[in-house]
Design a protein. Sequence first.
Length: 251
Amino acid sequence: MILTRRKALQVGAAGAGGLLLSGCDALNDSQTFKDGLAGVGRLHELTQRAIIGDSLAREFTEADMSPVFKANGSLRVPDPAYRALLAGGFNHWALRVDGLVHRPLALPLSALQVMPQRTQITRHDCVEGWSAIGKWQGPQLGAILSAAGLMPGARYVVFHCADKLEGKPFYESIDLVEASHPQTILAWRMNDAPLTEPHGAPIRLRVERQLGYKQAKYIMRIELRESLAGLYGGKGGFWEDNRGYQWWAGI
Ligand SMILES: Nc1nc2c(c(=O)[nH]1)N[C@H]1C(S)=C(S)[C@@H](COP(=O)(O)O)O[C@H]1N2
Ligand SMILES: [Mo]
């Protein structure tokens, strides 16, 4: 289904009203807490999440914004299909939302741009030892998931990206708690200008309570899944599969 402008406005209204209603079933299911308690990373996750609850990441003012925001990881996407979309100003691009949803979506950039927007000035922390404060704008991920309608089995939100690293497709994932957090947005604007290629055009994830490597750039498709097993290396992200980074990257 292609979302029209009118439909996108309805989506926005639905998203603002009841965030992720169908997601609550999955959240209340204690199976999440029975999964993999053995790992230290998991224990850290549960401890930290019990403390942070639904807290907001710190937001800053315009005066705090970094004069230079480093780009990291992929800076350019060689894939010919991506290059054609970029050359066309992403007018022929649509974000696919599929997997365990009642209504698979194909959302053009214009639809994402007319949904209710959130703007936030936050600090990005990369594990490689640098931070930068930038301004991000875009619709809340929760509103988009509400529009797609989560099936009861949906537990993870996977972001499939246009770039490859070391010949492997880049992907990342978060769970429904992070996905429905108010500061979790699909940013198409950075520092008051459309996202540039180095920073992830046409859209990138901002999941503000997590480290830099979770902030997936070049998102082409969002897939709702019950499990991360069987997807690439099975650990939920490129860095998790190939560098041993923790899936839970809470700051
Ligand atoms: N698709 C994709 N997303 C990605 C990466 C990447 O290489 N490819 N690198 C990650 C890392 S490690 C960081 S620190 C941030 C960097 O975002 P920036 O380039 O806007 O600074 O993007 C993250 N998201
Ligand atoms: Mo990073």
